[in-house]
Design a binder for this molecule. Structure first.
Ligand code: ADP
Ligand code: MG
Length: 326
């Protein structure tokens, strides 16, 4: 899935910590072999190769879980979230390398294989049929959240419950560190330089914030958290910035400048919703969040040189309170 994973955990001793961490990393490797669209032999890539052939392919429990949840999110977001967006994403990945917009004819051709209704799931057989040729499923917006959750579950099976698994901006949070109300997570700011993000040198902003300001730290546990936005990956062509998140309805990389943080009951929901809210924008996006049990979100958006902040009703309880500042 192309990302570093960091695990923080509390265990009675070094041996227990190592054994648990090994089991968690093993689980992530296993999932990579199933869910990656980079690996030509992953279960996902093999499924994509059957597209247009009329075959109904039985899926492993992991691929079934991720794909059926992805389809549910596509339905709920009216196609703003769409794992069939792969052929368009692929052209934008190339555009990033050569710094040239995708050829419109090539993009139009790619879009023929995009559309969530082109995946037909059979819940009885736990199988999938891909209706048109040249489809390329891409779970990049949802698999990391699932992998983080599954790694946390692997730790739990080894008796480690106080842990945090971070797959880039996608985090699975277990029980809090000893004596703490929760895990303290720094929120990136829209203005943050790219170097800072890549080096993970999160820069805390001045303290003394009030409720209207963007949150600097989130305190949370026993949930999942995801961050999405053009801050992390984008390409600038002719002075315009295009995100690695593509609007599946147009095939064009998002040009909105935004940062989305979603807290949800599990990683599939957090990761998937963060990408979806990026596509939908703050208003429609937060409506979807409010309609999702256990989900809260914060959105920062920059329009020309003005930054606006939005958050769902219950997000406030995850903000670090002044009284819990160090
Ligand atoms: P990140 O990978 O930086 O954590 P996301 O979770 O938002 O960010 O996932 C972005 C990835 O998801 C893209 O690199 C691409 O592979 C895929 N993708 C892009 N646009 C969409 C979309 N509209 N719906 C589903 N997946 C998408
Ligand atoms: Mg995502």
């Amino acid at each position: 899935m192309g990302m570093p994973v960091r695990i923080t955990l509390y265990a009675p001793d070094r041996a227990a910590a190592d054994a648990a961490a090994d089991a968690a990393f093993k689980r992530i490797k296993e999932l990579n072999a199933i869910l990656s669209d980079y690996e030509p032999d992953s279960e996902l890539s093999l499924l994509s190769k059957t597209s247009g052939g009329g075959e109904t392919v039985p899926l492993s429990p992991d691929l079934w879980t991720v794909l059926s949840r992805a389809q549910e999110l596509s339905r709920r977001s009216d196609g703003a979230f769409d794992v069939t967006v792969g052929p368009a994403v692929w052209l934008w990945r190339k555009a990033r390398v050569v710094r040239k917009l995708p050829d419109p004819a090539a993009l139009a051709e790619a879009m023929k294989a995009v559309g969530w209704r082109k995946i037909v799931l059979d819940p009885q057989k736990r199988a999938a049929k891909l209706l048109v040729p040249n489809m390329r499923l891409d779970l990049g917006a949802i698999a990391k959240g699932y992998a983080a959750d599954e790694a946390l579950a692997a730790l739990r099976r080894r008796g480690v419950t106080r842990a945090l698994v971070a797959a880039g901006g996608d985090m699975a949070l277990g029980d809090p560190p000893p004596g703490k109300p929760g895990w303290r997570i720094a929120v990136a700011s829209l203005e943050m330089a790219e170097d800072d993000v890549c080096g993970h040198a999160w820069r805390p902003q001045p303290q003394g914030a009030n409720a209207q300001d963007p949150p600097h730290f989130i305190i949370a546990s026993r949930c999942s958290l995801a961050t999405s936005g053009d801050l992390f990956q984008h390409v600038e062509i002719d002075g315009k910035r295009y995100s690695h998140i593509v609007d599946p309805r147009t095939g064009i990389g998002l040009t909105d400048h935004s940062l989305v943080v979603v807290i949800a009951r599990d990683g599939i929901a957090a990761d998937g919703l963060a990408t979806t809210v990026s596509v939908l924008g703050p208003r429609a996006g937060l409506k979807l969040i409010e309609a999702t049990a256990g989900a809260e979100a914060f959105v920062a958006r920059k329009l020309s040189d003005k930054t606006e902040w939005f958050e769902s009703k219950g997000f406030r309880r995850f903000r670090e309170k002044a009284s819990s500042l160090p």
